[in-house]
Design a protein around this ligand. Structure first.
Ligand SMILES: Nc1ncnc2c1ncn2[C@@H]1O[C@H](COP(=O)(O)OP(=O)(O)OP(=O)(O)O)[C@@H](O)[C@H]1O
Ligand SMILES: [Mg+2]
Length: 250
């Protein structure tokens, strides 16, 4: 018998179209609790769309999203709203509110959870410390460096205490040292808090720094999926092979 409960996330047979053009067509993806999965795919292949469907921000025409054994999305029906999924997302453009301070950005991220003022304050204090940005609490995003903004977006997502953290290329544009530092911080937090990660990236530094498995999205479906070491030993997709080749050159 299939055991759906040990799997944190199951996406089954997703169909999603913008107009006539299918973006996802038969896409299926499972993520185990605590796993850290790299998601690769060409630009426009539907990576952000897939993440948005998992987060409940977009609804497919067909297929299911099952989280912790509960059907969260079924066909065109959203059965569990985004803030009750235990899923948090850091967006490709970070999506920080420019007119709010760092602390207020994090507070707004918690607004769907119906926590008391005191619980919110505690969580904000917690993640500011965890992400080592306590001293930035009153600043506005525009006054921060790129690396500091990444940490704020990450803190806002972690304050939700997600079981699954979706990271949509959030580290692009960072210099190598800052990237390595943010990756190290993420790996440590993952170890401490135990959440699973899906990281959209093209960067082997990010994959090696954070991920233990890898999937490739192509032609609307997942065409490659496995433990990182197995994919490295025997990549089956074109993008998988190209990625492994660049990784081995390092
Ligand atoms: N609002 C929209 N209206 C119409 N088409 C869209 C819309 N958003 C995305 N698309 C199209 O859907 C496809 C998938 O987009 P998506 O953003 O999911 O790709 P992606 O893999 O995240 O790409 P990238 O690596 O460039 O971020 C693309 O062809 C894109 O042009
Ligand atoms: Mg994208």
């Amino acid at each position: 018998m299939e055991n759906v409960v040990t799997r944190l996330l199951q996406c089954r047979d997703l169909l999603f179209r913008f107009g006539e053009q299918p973006v996802l067509d038969g896409a299926a993806l499972d993520v185990e609790a605590g796993e850290s999965l790299a998601l690769l795919g060409k630009s426009g292949s539907g990576k952000s769309t897939l993440l948005r469907i998992i987060a409940g921000l977009e609804v497919p025409e067909r297929g299911e999203v099952v989280i912790d054994g509960n059907i969260a999305t079924s066909g065109a029906r959203l059965l569990i709203p985004p803030h009750h999924r235990g899923v948090a997302m850091v967006f490709q453009d970070l999506a920080l509110w420019p007119n709010l301070s760092v602390a207020e950005n994090i507070r707004l991220g918690l607004s769907g959870l119906r926590l008391s003022r005191r619980e919110c304050d505690e969580r904000i204090e917690d993640v500011l410390r965890l992400c080592e940005i306590d001293d930035l609490a009153r600043r506005r995003p525009a006054s921060l460096s790129g690396g500091q903004q990444q940490r704020v977006a990450l803190a806002r997502a972690l304050a939700m205490r997600p079981e699954l953290l979706l990271l949509d290329e959030p580290l692009g544009g960072l210099d190598l040292l800052t990237k390595v530092s943010v990756l190290g911080q993420l790996a440590r937090l993952r170890h401490e808090l135990g959440f699973a990660v899906v990281l959209v990236t093209h960067d082997s530094v990010e994959v090696q720094g954070l991920c233990d498995s890898l999937a490739v999205l192509e032609g609307g479906r997942i065409v490659e999926r496995g433990r990182l070491e197995d994919v490295v030993a025997n990549p089956v997709s074109e993008l998988g092979r190209a990625f492994v080749a660049t990784m081995l050159q390092m």
